[in-house]
Write a protein that binds this ligand. Structure first.
Ligand SMILES: C[S@@+](CC[C@H](N)C(=O)[O-])C[C@H]1O[C@@H](n2cnc3c(N)ncnc32)[C@H](O)[C@@H]1O
Length: 530
């Protein structure tokens, strides 16, 4: 079922009136401190000094609002919430701002990402498996472990405040247990704990998985991806894998995109951002709230990973020929919530090319509509058609065969390339998800190719480097059809100075990596329809 309710921007518009639409990764990692070394970060004024201002007698009963908010967010995440959505909402509701908000964010993100490692340490310190510890108490202990082992909170503050939190939220009985476990954890340095919990694990990949707090299946899949995409050889893969997994545990920087024709990099610079060296339309924000920047608030700029920016620019820069060149019209087949559509639409308007953003979910189609608000206004002014369509992308090849010159398929995927931004994702995903998505990814690619005019281009992207979601999908479909060829996309990836990007693999596909490029691990394949 499809619904063309969002008609041509020239013919009036109606807003959805709900949802958030400032592009992808919004809020993720914001305010988090960087950790200086992998196990113990550089001292940070905020963490070390972060103690409750209550009198000692009161401290015995209550912890501070930032820690309480962090605990509440952890419980929401345990109930299926997403840290990058629940935490900003909580902080807003509780009016926790500035350094306290940053402290709470680091607590939740760090404790969640590293919960695999911390659980092993907690089990060892408690002398019992974590499955025998109540989930509420375990979350308290994870937050405490992160203060002791992953941040530089002073030991006495980490222990006292964690015990106070336990008393407040887990009860007096649990607080004694939390006190004992916290004291035991505080007796050893992070490296000692890692040595203890990895002792006896014979397989080096499994040992690395525990040390870097990743599920073993994810660690193995990323290892295979590094080799399969040509980013490592058998001789170098262990080093590369370690760097990749460690970068998954680092907060992602806040990257911004200035949507061309709607905002400029000068404007973002003026508002405190630094120009990106990587993306010609990108900037980064070292500190502060991106929502405080006028261009972001207006939807003329957005929070967006630089890897996402680069692949949209690549699709727009590649040459289309034949029938497709005679009648340019662009499609984003899987557009929700609209991050890439925002950039693609801005480029389309500049070239006076009609643009359609399609999304299956009603809520996410609403987000696309909202994300494109500035682009819609610009399209109206320029008399360029810009539509948001809610419908199944698998139908579009039949509904509009050969109807587009450039088609972006940012396929639903496991997100294993964006683990920095989604702290809980590594623990939620399973190998079954990869298998379940394989059919959908192939169907969407097939439909996208059908919707492309001869001479036109299809860009297939995922924020996962998993071989089953990337190379294997594309190679499979190309082999099955005789009307499409793979174009080497590497030369289309250029940095902010116009220089070709390095470390893109053996081609013809492009695979970006957090540890090599500082971006999410985005995959991009470019196909030309005959
Ligand atoms: C990876 S996300 C796209 C992210 C988006 N391109 C951006 O930059 O903000 C994949 C999207 O595909 C949508 N989707 C899933 N199945 C679909 C289908 N059959 N047709 C169209 N969209 C679909 C999901 O709802 C999700 O919003």
């Amino acid at each position: 079922m499809s619904d063309d309710r969002r008609e041509d921007a020239r013919h009036g518009e109606h807003g959805p009136g709900r949802g958030e639409g400032r592009g992808e990764g919004r809020g993720a990692g914001r305010g988090e401190g960087r950790r200086g070394d992998r196990q113990r970060p550089q001292a940070r004024e905020r963490s070390a000094g972060h103690r409750s201002e209550l009198r000692p007698s009161e401290r015995a009963r209550r912890t501070d609002p930032a820690r309480l908010a962090a605990y509440t967010a952890m419980r929401d995440v345990a109930d299926g919430g997403y840290a990058n959505l629940v935490l900003p909402r909580l902080l807003r509701d509780k009016q926790i701002r500035g350094r306290d908000a940053g402290f709470a964010t680091e607590l939740v993100y760090g404790a969640t990402r590293l919960s695999g490692l911390y659980d092993a340490i907690i089990a060892s310190a408690a002398g019992r498996p974590v499955s025998k510890i109540d989930g509420n108490v375990l979350d308290t202990l994870r937050l405490g472990a992160h203060q002791l082992l992953g941040m530089r909170v002073a030991t006495h503050a980490a222990v006292d405040e964690t015990v106070a939190l336990a008393r407040q939220v887990n009860g007096a009985g649990a607080s004694g247990f939390v006190n004992a476990v916290m004291r035991r954890i505080s007796e050893r340095a992070p490296d000692e704990w890692v040595a203890i919990v990895t002792d006896g694990i014979a397989d080096p990949v499994e040992r690395l998985a525990v040390r870097t707090s990743h599920p073993v299946w994810v660690t193995k899949a990323l290892r295979a991806a590094l080799i399969g995409h040509g980013a490592a050889t058998a001789a170098t893969v262990d080093e590369s894998l370690t760097a990749l997994l460690e970068s998954d545990n680092e907060p992602a920087k806040v990257s911004l995109v200035a949507r061309p024709g709607l905002a400029s990099l000068d404007e973002l610079e003026h508002d405190g951002a630094l120009r990106s060296g990587l993306s010609p339309v990108g900037a980064t924000l070292a500190e502060g709230d991106p929502g405080a920047i006028a261009a972001v608030r207006d939807g003329r700029a957005a929070v967006q990973d630089e890897g996402s920016q680069l692949l949209v620019l690549a699709l727009a820069a590649a040459e289309v020929v034949g029938q497709a060149a005679a009648h340019e019209r662009w499609l984003d087949l899987c557009a929700g919530p609209g991050g890439k559509a925002g950039l693609l639409a801005a480029l389309a308007i500049q070239r006076r090319v009609p643009f359609v953003a399609n999304e299956i979910s009603e809520h996410r189609a609403d987000l696309v509509w909202q994300t494109l608000s500035a682009a819609r206004a610009a399209a109206r002014d320029a008399d360029v058609s810009l539509k948001v369509r809610q419908g199944d992308g698998r139908d579009l090849g039949e509904v509009e065969p050969e109807g587009f010159s450039r088609v972006l398929i940012d396929a639903p995927c496991t997100g294993l390339g964006a683990l920095r931004r989604r702290p809980e994702a590594r623990w939620r995903r399973t190998p079954d998800d990869v298998a379940a998505l394989a059919g959908l990814q192939r169907e969407l690619l097939t439909s996208g190719i059908d919707a492309t005019a001869p001479g036109g281009l299809v860009g297939y992207a995922t924020c996962s480097p998993h071989l089953n979601e990337t190379r294997f999908v594309v190679s499979d479909i190309v082999k099955r059809r005789g009307d499409v060829e793979v174009v080497d996309a590497r030369s289309l990836f250029v940095d902010a100075s116009g220089r070709p990007l390095g470390d893109l693999g053996d081609g013809p596909f492009v695979q970006l990596w957090p540890h090599l490029h500082g971006t999410d691990a985005m995959f991009f394949a470019l196909l030309r329809r005959h």
